[in-house]
Design a protein around this ligand. Structure first.
Ligand code: 13P
Length: 251
């Protein structure tokens, strides 16, 4: 299983800024990326082609989309299909990111429909899950993760490989706050996710990468990567410059 170091640029960077950052990142990691690690960049839709072109032919760097709509085509104004993404060289997509759940009000069943549709249409999916601060304070971490995994993976195509599905644990209270979850909290959550995957989809559960996201920075990435059941990171703010993100990638 290759570790996955992912950059979520969210709604940041125009075409030329994205191209510049992706090229600088490729320069910074070229020849230094360990064999067992890969890099993934989630630019905004408008910069996908620029980033796909900038990293084409770079070993170990892939491109993903932050969202898509679960249909092949049709009357869905403003939406983008998996086929439109794979056509650009996009290999991955996010589903269930906390900003889509909480700002765009996507519910569990829509997240599950997207996850299944994307996997069935040649995308690798990074399904994001995580509890809010209130839910943590009221000791609902496991029940929230359980519900999000069950709904998110409810309609999985039968023949998917472990490599095509990634789960990202991103506690909502640690996203963009500078407040990183503690080692014990991360290990407990990731251990729970692994156990739940084993119960739900045992043949591929051990091959599914579980990423941590939430205020990952160059100075904490190494310690987070060393934790049990942490197979990579999903980074927001600290992925916006090649200087900072390359330190995380090589941590
Ligand atoms: P930050 O790294 O800015 O906390 O964002 C995390 C995130 O939401 C990645 O998807």
């Amino acid at each position: 299983m290759k570790q996955l170091m992912a950059a979520n640029w969210k709604m940041n960077k125009n075409w030329s800024e994205a191209e510049e950052t992706a090229s600088a990142l490729a320069d910074a990691v070229r020849g230094r990326l360990p064999e067992d690690r890969e890099v993934l960049i989630f630019p905004p839709f408008t910069a996908l082609k620029a980033v796909a072109d900038a990293v084409q032919g770079e070993p170990g760097i892939a491109v993903g989309a932050q969202d898509f709509y679960p249909a092949e085509n049709g009357a869905f104004t403003g939406e983008i299909s998996p086929g439109m993404l794979t056509d650009l060289g996009v290999g991955y997509a996010l589903t269930g990111h906390s900003e889509r759940r909480h700002v765009l009000e996507e519910d569990d069943s829509f997240v599950g429909a997207k996850t299944a549709f994307g996997l069935g249409h040649d995308l690798r999916i990074v399904l994001c899950i995580g509890e809010t601060l209130d839910q943590r304070r009221s000791e609902q971490v496991e029940s929230v993760l359980s519900r999000q995994l069950e709904a998110g993976l409810a309609e999985l195509p039968a023949d998917i490989s472990g490599e095509s599905l990634v789960v990202a644990y991103e506690p909502v209270w640690a996203i963009g706050t500078g407040e990183v979850a503690g080692s014990a909290e991360i290990e407990a959550a990731h251990g729970f996710v692994r156990k739940k995957l084993q119960e739900m989809i045992s043949p591929i559960a051990s091959e599914i990468r579980i990423l941590y996201g939430g205020s990952v920075k160059p100075d904490n990435a190494g310690a987070i990567m060393a934790l049990d059941n942490v197979d990579g990171v999903l980074v927001g703010g600290a992925s916006l410059t090649a200087e900072s993100f390359s330190k995380i990638v090589l941590a």
